[in-house]
Design a binder for this molecule. Structure first.
Ligand code: ADP
Ligand code: MG
Length: 759
């Protein structure tokens, strides 16, 4: 226990100290378990299940269940969880976020709470950022779960799904692969989604879990249903999913039939409006609002008395989009125009996202503004944001290397505290102070110099850039300087993983956008076990991996993510950011203050300086930007919540109808006449027919409701010029719209179809 005492003697926080008691119990159980045979170990799962059925709580069995999971991991993967990993497991079990640095072994940490919580018989979802990681982790950790008699499944894109199945393997062979990263595909057998969701543990990407939920809610047959409840989700890289991607809605849609000329018309009109006089812009909230004068002009152009009367909302929506496209969507920032297309630039990674489209007609408005061919708008059948999806789980937890700086957001939005778990070994990473330059060019020259120096010395360097453009520009400069390097901006995650895994080799130079290759570990010396064993020490002598940031990202968290690439498991490592007064962040958000300081100090043109005051004020600029982003996310969540309550009600009732097997349950939305008519028509089949009719009506009404809500949102926003509060307006109007929902469904469902003599 000496090591533990040392660990907890540090200032690692009250939480970790408080966990000491449980940790001791786990360690004691582990000692006993070590002597059990494999068969006896496996028995434990059944014993726990029985205990739970007999009324024991999860907390009662936690110490022994964690110990069993540890022992199983040790016997199968060769990894025996460290004390800090057990603490991390407890944090996750409690529905919090375990902040554990890159390389601390979070994949293994998740096994403990996942095992414990799956004992209840309900499945545990482990959410990863890409398909590759879902498969890798399932194969890697599947060994331990399978050893304990639990089933493991994988949910991938393109409707691919698998079940982990290593039935034919001998225990000893399994041990050979200990800790291997390789995804051994032969252990994954293809399976239907429905079957995969029956597994105790389901690994999958955030997108796929959400899409399956949406598909379930437009299903016409109970057999199509995939999910079987939202019990417990452990989200890996939780900040990327719940913060960076929180607002992106996932949408199931089909093409609509709005003519392209429509958009151009509104773009033209928007061009005649003047900022301030006719409309105002709120950059922080990314919102536009019409002034009284703007509304008047619009009414005149449409030749209507009052644009807020029913029916005109649709036109307001288009105007709103055109104004947003005009004033908030900037070319080469939010998007680029290439070969007659508007291509979205990912706000966090700076990567181009061909194929992706903004929803609700925004994309078309931007296309109209740029004069490129307008793609057909789509009609939304079902949609939900990550925020709203993940809030459905009875228990939600997460893990990541970087969460502390978004702690407030995690708590306020998801009620998830963030607990920093200390590292297994003392940190040896050296974070050098920022090197600050007057101009961008001077900075880049210095960056190239530094890379050259490191490369010649043999110390591997990972260079982080905030955008794909800078990434490519830097690569060109390095080519000119004849420095061999790898560029990481590939769209394929698997390839990304391979490149980043090699970034720790002697003399390696790797340029990556800040977030590339999340979830993959950089081993000093090289990716394979042998390479790493052979060369790691040499690299350590050289100082370990050097992480060089070429600009600050708008969020500290993303910078931390980059820094965290080195110094894993007590390795040596160095980090440094090279900044200039011409960088976006300094220029836009901290310019005056920083420039003043620089002037006072007489910052030389071509020479870098290290100055605490400048670094501080850059940091505070960063905090301000983060604050804006947080506000924007909270603001949009408040809007989403209104629609979310409608969605919850509609989906709950829809599901009830989907499973309905007697007429009474459908009577809520059908009248006697319709039921009688159906009965006459086909004596066996009428239930199925009526049910389909009801479901179709709900879907149709819901689709229209989604559109009306969109319009209501635009028009509430546009009206904010007066004393009115847009959110309240939207809530009032939204709820009013929804109050007619079921009546409308009934109307649709009871209307005779054309064959039945309707029109
Ligand atoms: P993280 O997700 O926290 O960045 P990973 O789960 O990818 O980390 O694990 C990083 C590395 O640490 C892997 O190579 C893994 O094999 C190793 N590792 C994790 N836990 C242990 C352990 N208890 N004993 C030995 N190696 C471990
Ligand atoms: Mg990981």
């Amino acid at each position: 226990m000496a090591i533990l005492d040392k660990l907890f003697g540090s200032e690692s926080g009250r939480y970790v100290k408080g966990a000491k008691g449980i940790l001791q119990k786990v360690q004691e159980h582990k000692k006993t378990l070590a002597t059990l045979s494999d068969a006896d170990m496996r028995e434990k799962t059944a014993t726990f299940k029985k205990q739970l059925q007999d009324g024991a709580g999860l907390e009662d069995i936690l110490p022994e269940a964690f110990a069993v999971a540890c022992e199983a991991a040790k016997r199968t993967t060769g990894m025996d969880p460290f004390a800090v990993q057990i603490v991390g497991g407890k944090v996750i079990h409690e529905g919090s976020i375990a902040e554990m640095r890159t390389g601390e072994g979070k994949t293994l940490v998740a096994v403990l709470p996942a095992y414990l919580n799956a004992l209840s018989g309900k499945s545990v979802h482990i959410v990863t950022v890409n398909d590759y990681l879902a498969r890798r982790d399932a194969v890697w950790m599947g060994q331990a779960f399978a050893f304990l008699g639990l089933t493991v499944g994988v949910i991938n894109g393109q409707d691919d799904s698998y079940i982990y199945d290593a039935g034919h393997r001998e225990q000893d062979q399994q041990r050979d692969d200990a800790g291997a990263y390789k995804v051994v595909y032969e252990f994954l057998r293809e399976a239907k989604r429905q079957e995969v969701y029956q597994c105790d543990i389901v690994y999958g990407t955030n997108n796929e879990f959400v899409f399956d939920y949406l598909r379930d809610n437009i299903a016409y047959n109970p057999e199509e249903i995939r999910h079987r409840g939202f019990h417990f989700a452990i989200i890996d890289e939780v900040d990327s999913i719940l913060v960076d991607e929180a607002r992106s809605p996932l949408i199931i849609s089909a093409p609509s039939n709005i003519p392209a000329s429509h958009y151009a018309q509104f773009t033209k009109f928007a061009d005649t409006l003047k900022e301030e006089e006719d409309y105002t812009i709120d950059e922080k909230k990314r919102a536009v609002a019409l002034t009284a004068s703007g509304i008047e002009k619009f009414e005149r152009s449409l030749k209507v008395e009052n644009v807020y009367v029913e029916g005109a909302q649709r036109t307001l929506h288009y105007l709103h989009n055109a104004l947003k496209a005009k004033s908030l969507f900037k070319r080469d920032k939010q998007y680029v125009v290439r070969s007659d297309q508007v291509i979205i630039v990912d706000e966090f990674t700076g990567r181009l996202q061909p194929g992706r489209q903004w929803s609700d007609g925004i994309h078309q408005a931007v296309e109209a503004k740029e004069g490129v061919t307008i793609k057909q708008e789509t009609r939304t059948y079902a949609s939900i944001t990550f925020q709203n999806y993940f809030r459905m789980y009875e228990k939600l937890a997460g893990m990541t290397g970087t969460a502390k700086s978004s702690e407030e957001e995690f708590y306020k939005v998801y009620k998830m505290p963030v607990i920093s778990v200390p590292t297994n070994k003392p940190i040896q990473r050296v974070d050098h102070p920022d090197a600050i330059y007057q101009t961008h060019n001077a900075k880049i020259r210095a960056v190239i110099e530094k890379i050259k120096e490191l490369h010649e010395k043999g110390q591997p360097v990972l260079v982080g850039t905030a955008s794909i453009e800078h990434n490519e520009a830097l690569s060109k400069r390095l080519k000119r300087a004849k420095i061999p390097h790898e560029v990481l901006n590939a769209k394929k995650h698997e390839r990304e993983g391979e490149i980043i895994a090699q970034a720790g080799k002697r003399g390696a130079v790797t340029i990556a956008t800040n977030l590339a290759g999340r979830g993959v570990d950089i081993k000093l010396g090289g990716a394979t076990e042998e390479e790493s064993k052979k060369y790691a020490d040499t690299i350590k002598e050289l100082g370990g991996l050097f992480v060089l940031g070429t600009e600050r990202h708008e969020s500290r968290r993303i910078d931390d993510q980059l820094r965290g690439r080195c110094g894993r498991q007590g390795d040596k490592g160095e980090t440094q950011f090279y900044l200039s007064l011409e960088d976006d962040l300094t220029r836009v958000f901290g310019s005056d203050q920083v420039k003043q300081i620089a002037q006072r100090l007489g910052l030389p043109e071509d020479q870098g300086i290290q100055n605490k005051m400048i670094s501080k004020s850059i940091e505070s600029a960063q905090k301000r930007v983060e604050g804006h982003h947080f506000d924007a996310r909270r603001f949009s969540l408040e809007y989403d919540t209104i629609l979310d309550t409608h969605r919850a009600e509609v989906y709950t009732r829809r599901k009830k109808m989907l499973y309905a097997n007697n007429i009474e349950s459908l009577q809520e939305v059908l009248d006697e006449q319709t039921i009688e008519a159906a009965k006459k028509k086909s004596a066996d089949e009428y239930m199925t027919e009526l049910r389909a009719k009801v479901l179709r009506s709900i879907d149709l009404a819901w689709m229209e409701h989604l559109e009306l809500m969109d319009y209501a949102r635009s028009s509430a926003g546009l009206r904010s010029y007066g004393q009115r509060e847009p959110l309240m307006e939207y809530r009032k109007e939204g709820n009013q719209l929804f109050s007619g929902f079921w009546g409308y469904v009934r109307e649709l469902a009871c209307k005779p179809t054309p064959e039945e003599g309707g029109k």
